[in-house]
Design a protein around this ligand. Structure first.
Ligand code: IPE
Ligand code: IPE
Ligand code: MG
Length: 259
């Protein structure tokens, strides 16, 4: 079934992607790892465009993890450079297409020029509400949870919050982008079956999909295949299959205020 004929209520609202395999892609071609990152960036453009065409509301891309800082200097600086390049080159397109760009992670660790490009993109697109592109940069989910805990402790210390009031909703409201709903689908390319410190809190009930191809080869067709696979699944959120099929299932609260 082509995606265009799919029931729109089976379309995920939020897809998160662990873009893995750039290095292996390059090594398999006898190229240096950075050539894989350059090819990976080209593919970011393709998947962002495809998401727009498919009407996907939220796309989160894992671009650089807390742990990736430990990679060789030349690789880290190429990744930062590519990121800046993407933010600068594609900003106009994002603005015109109503995409709001945000970055999540320990952004204070970014080199000044990368930080400037990130801030500029966030600022220029802050009024967009149509679609959301969230870039996880210098991001680690454990750090995000620690930062949320720190925020809560500060509120308690100020006397603004009673510890007894802290529940999952309040906790989630201290995460980096509390207005973004939890991912429905999490894709990892590169054939690996691990989470690597990505969105630990938010993926409690996400559907997982591992694609065998490396990120630079994960094109629109592979992306659509992942979405179709998702659309065929039954999400239960802890209930029985019969309850789930009755249509009354709701995912556990993700901290996004109810309308
Ligand atoms: C993903 O590709 C990009 C980043 C982690 C920044 P890798 O660079 O991890 O590629 P592999 O996993 O070594 O092939
Ligand atoms: C996850 O990939 C991080 C990003 C895609 C940015 P890694 O290549 O860093 O993960 P591991 O080392 O295989 O777990
Ligand atoms: Mg990797």
């Amino acid at each position: 079934m082509p995606l265009t004929e799919m029931d729109s209520d089976r379309m995920p609202n939020h897809i998160a992607v662990i873009m893995d395999g750039n290095g292996r892609w390059a090594e398999a071609r006898g190229l240096e790892r950075n050539a894989g990152h350059r090819a990976g960036l080209e593919n970011v453009r393709e998947i962002v465009r495809a998401s727009g065409d498919l009407g996907l509301k939220y796309l989160t891309l894992y671009a650089f993890s807390s742990e990736n800082w430990e990679r060789p200097k030349g690789e880290v600086s190429e990744l930062m450079h590519l990121l800046e390049h993407f933010l600068e080159e594609d900003l106009e397109e994002a603005v015109s297409q109503g995409v709001r760009i945000r970055a999540v992670g320990r952004l204070d660790r970014l080199p000044p020029s990368t930080r400037t490009a990130v801030d500029k993109a966030m600022q220029a697109t802050r009024r967009n509400t149509e679609r959301h592109l969230i870039l996880a940069l210098s991001y680690g989910a454990r750090a995000e949870i620690v930062d949320a805990a720190r925020g809560l402790v500060r509120s308690v210390a100020r006397g603004d919050l009673d510890p007894e009031q802290i529940d999952e909703k309040i906790f989630a409201s201290h995460l980096y982008v509390p207005d973004v709903p939890d991912p429905d689908l999490m894709i990892r390319t590169g054939g690996e079956y691990r989470v690597s410190n990505f969105l630990l809190w938010q993926i409690a009930y996400s559907e997982l999909y591992s694609a065998p191809v490396m990120w630079p080869d994960f094109h629109r067709a592979e992306f659509e295949e992942a979405i179709l696979d998702y659309a065929g699944r039954e999400r239960r959120f802890g209930l029985t299959g019969a309850q789930a099929r009755s249509g009354s299932v709701k995912p556990p609260s993700d901290g996004v205020p109810e309308k």
